[in-house]
Design a protein around this ligand. Structure first.
Ligand code: TRP
Ligand code: SF4
Length: 326
């Protein structure tokens, strides 16, 4: 199977990014699928064009996290979108055949405009965001795209664009299918979706002190008001983290201790802190050694771009010919 996925460079990644996406990517890589993973910096510009000062440092942080969790440039093609100019050309060509109505109808379009209030997103580039995403996917003729549920409308639009392209020019380009992540949803410390902008995230690169503090601030089962009240892990914001990081014996003890009120939330949080430390320790070690080698990240991206370009160039040639370009 050929796989492509992308992530916007928003800076250091958090546990939500890991369990929602990266863990799945690493698994696909380990299964021996042919994987392309792109840091989509042009997509980042579509909403952050007014202040790109942090773009380069954000790219660096994302790449450090990717490598730290086990994405391996020897096995997967890891590249920066803007270093493979074929993405821009494909975006242009796809924009020719994409009806405006398809784009204004994408639910994320209006949602994001509302959500990111301080930014003027009534731009051509922002409307075209899903066309650029379709270009990313089509260039590698991907069979499958690992994404979160929120990306399903973009995937559906990608399939519609490819169908139209196939219909217009008698091509047989594959329609990619979404691969949804099955992990339980990891929320932020306040119970909302874990997100940089909500200030409720636990980062892969966080220090012990930062993790301790974040875990102590976490909201728990809202019905458990006093220490002597029994709690319910299934209603607790902490428990999905125990589910993915704590060994099953300890986890069983937590469940029964919580329900019988023998275990207090503070102690339960200490157990979680330990689990997170243990989980992050090897990742952070890897991150530190990678960060020390000054030229390494640039080399990874240069090699990745070269590998990506080989595949991308052959697809774009095919489309160019189909559209009677030379
Ligand atoms: N829109 C995706 C997101 O915000 C990022 C993305 C860009 C992507 N290009 C892609 C995801 C191609 C999958 C495939 O998460
Ligand atoms: Fe949540 Fe643990 Fe408290 Fe139970 S004991 S409510 S699982 S923090």
């Amino acid at each position: 199977m050929r796989i492509l996925s992308g992530m916007r460079p928003t800076g250091k990644l958090h546990l939500g990014n890991y369990f929602g996406a990266l863990a799945h990517w690493v698994k696909l890589q380990q299964q021996g699928e042919e994987c392309f993973f792109s840091i989509v910096d042009w997509h980042a510009l579509s909403s952050d064009y007014a202040d790109p000062t942090e773009l380069q440092s954000n790219i660096r942080e994302v790449l450090l996290d990717w490598l730290a969790v086990g994405l391996d440039p020897q096995r997967s093609t890891i590249f920066l979108q803007s270093q493979v100019k074929e993405h821009a050309e494909m975006y242009l060509l796809l924009s020719m055949i994409t009806p405006l109505g398809w784009l204004t109808r994408v639910p994320t379009y209006k949602e994001q405009q509302q959500e990111l209030q301080g930014k003027d997103l009534s731009t051509h580039g922002f409307l075209g965001y899903p066309v650029l995403q379709a270009a990313d996917i089509l260039l590698y003729q991907s069979d499958a795209v690992p994404v979160g549920e929120d990306q399903l409308p973009h995937l559906e639009l990608t399939r519609e664009i490819i169908r139209r392209l196939n219909g217009l020019y008698k091509l047989k380009l594959p329609e990619p299918k979404p691969l949804l992540t099955k992990t339980p949803k990891i929320n932020g410390t306040d119970g909302r979706k874990m997100s940089k902008s909500y200030n409720n995230a636990i980062y892969l690169a966080d220090s012990k002190a930062q993790i301790d503090k974040a875990v102590m601030e976490m909201v728990t089962d809202p019905a458990r008001k006093r220490r002597s009240d029994p709690g319910e892990p299934d209603n607790c914001n902490l428990f999905p983290l125990h589910r993915v990081m704590t060994d099953s014996n300890t986890r069983d003890e937590i469940v029964s201790g919580c329900r019988s009120a023998q275990l207090g939330c503070v102690d339960c949080k200490k157990l979680l802190t330990t689990s997170i430390h243990n989980f992050l320790e090897p990742i952070q070690k890897k991150r530190q050694t990678t960060a020390k080698d000054a030229g390494y990240l640039d080399r990874v991206l240069a090699d990745g771009a070269e590998k990506a370009r080989r595949v991308a160039a052959s697809t774009i040639d095919q489309i160019r010919k189909a559209m009677n370009l030379k």
